[in-house]
Design a binder for this molecule. Structure first.
Ligand SMILES: Cc1ncc(COP(=O)(O)O)c(C=O)c1O
Length: 394
């Protein structure tokens, strides 16, 4: 037998024995906060539709009716990369809108096909041999992969541990240093101390890269994210956010100094060598960006229901972390997390188990991500069911 096949079979066996085998779940329909699986409607705690845009038929109607009849506006493909004929003028419009959201002199925006493409390509393009990438231990896989693809040295600091980070910074005085963090961490729902990171980056002359995937749309009075909310935007050298979560679309963007953007257009492989997003997606992102800016009541409601859920679970003795709209419920063993998730599915709640390698061994969990489309009574009902499941399984 060929070695590849042996090795693959063996690894699959181990993954299964450890309770970490993943398979694709068939979703036959999705109506915003409701997802349909095997003919059953489930309240969806597994989406990243934080502002409920996917659930909002009024928004969707408004969007489609504003598109004129030119079929190009609906085109499902773009036929080329942006450098080779896929750079529709709508891209400019979208990038200009992002720029007017943030408004810092000498900075501009560049749209990518996804957050994964953005992190992978930007980090690889900017960091060279001899440089040092210092990344929070819990940063997303796309950041890790970008760092690995670059020729720079890659060190991870313990999660949110600025003492550890400072030691690494001070041990490397003469190198180009890039500190990378998420603002809201995707699997733990906690946040980076952005103000503290800005201090450190100044003190050690480093560059700061902030991935706002889970905070764009959700924080800031105009939805610009956590750096905007904290008034620290001008100190963030590279800001990345995705349209795939709160904006309810697909794609991502970077906002950074003009030279960095021009450099990426010339050097960033994931930008250069991939077909551009279709016009309909760019159009939606443009529309969603406008909605994000005026969605403060959705942001307030999301915060309110996140607090209700976290308080209820904590009062019942369940372990959660963070204080955002992402509420992990720590379970421990992968097999328990899977059982937990199946129990909830029987109760018409979709909350998928997150297991290694996405999270460290022994910290399997349910990741509950909330949407402003949820009502308080839906949240209270879900909390009751989660507490009941915990009583049975843990
Ligand atoms: C922190 C972070 N960055 C980037 C991404 C990738 O974004 P996208 O889904 O647009 O590829 C994710 C996706 O979950 C994420 O959590």
């Amino acid at each position: 037998m060929n070695n590849f096949f042996d090795r693959i079979a063996n690894e699959l066996k181990i993954i299964t024995e450890e309770g970490n085998f993943r398979s694709l779940k068939k979703i036959s329909d999705r109506r915003g906060k409701i997802t349909e699986k095997d003919g059953k409607s489930l309240l969806n705690f597994s989406s990243n539709d934080y502002l409920g845009f996917c659930d909002d038929s009024k928004l969707q109607k408004e969007f489609y009716s504003a598109l004129d009849s030119n079929p190009y506006k609906y085109s499902p493909g773009s036929s080329a990369s942006r450098l080779l004929g896929g750079n529709f003028e709508l891209y400019d419009k979208l990038e200009n809108e992002i720029e007017s959201l943030y408004q810092i002199d000498n900075r501009k925006a560049l749209v990518f096909n996804s957050g994964y493409h953005a992190n992978l390509g930007i980090i690889q393009a900017l960091c060279k041999k001899g440089d040092l990438i210092i990344s929070d231990k819990l940063n997303h896989a796309s950041i890790i992969d970008g760092a690995r693809l670059s020729e720079a040295e890659f060190i991870r600091y313990a999660h949110n541990d600025h003492v550890h980070l400072e030691k690494i910074l001070s041990d490397n005085p003469d190198r180009n240093k890039l500190i990378i963090t998420e603002s809201v961490f995707s699997m733990d729902g906690d946040s980076a101390d952005i103000a503290g990171l800005c201090e450190l980056k100044k003190k050690y002359n480093a560059m700061l890269y902030l991935d706002e995937a889970h905070s764009f749309g959700v924080y800031g009075s105009n939805g610009g994210g956590m750096a905007s909310e904290l008034n620290l935007l001008s100190q963030i050298d590279i800001l990345v956010a995705t349209f795939g979560k709160a904006a309810g679309g697909v794609g991502a963007f970077i906002y950074a100094e003009n030279n960095i953007i021009d450099y990426l257009i010339n050097k960033c492989r994931s930008f250069i060598y991939s077909t551009a997003l279709p016009v309909v997606s760019i159009n939606w992102n443009l529309f969603a960006l406008g909605e994000i800016m005026i969605s403060q009541s959705r942001r307030n409601h999301l915060k309110h229901i996140s607090n209700i859920l976290r308080n209820r679970l904590n009062t019942a003795g369940l372990q959660t972390s963070g204080n955002s709209h992402i509420v992990p419920v720590f379970v421990g063993k992968s097999s328990d997390a899977v059982m937990f998730s199946s129990f909830l599915e029987n109760e018409s709640i979709a909350a998928f188990a997150v297991r290694p390698p996405t999270v460290p061994v022994g910290s399997s969990r349910l990741r509950l991500s909330l949407s402003s489309a949820f009502t308080v009574s839906e949240i209270e009902h879900a909390a009751d069911k989660i507490i009941e499941a915990a009583g049975k399984i843990l």
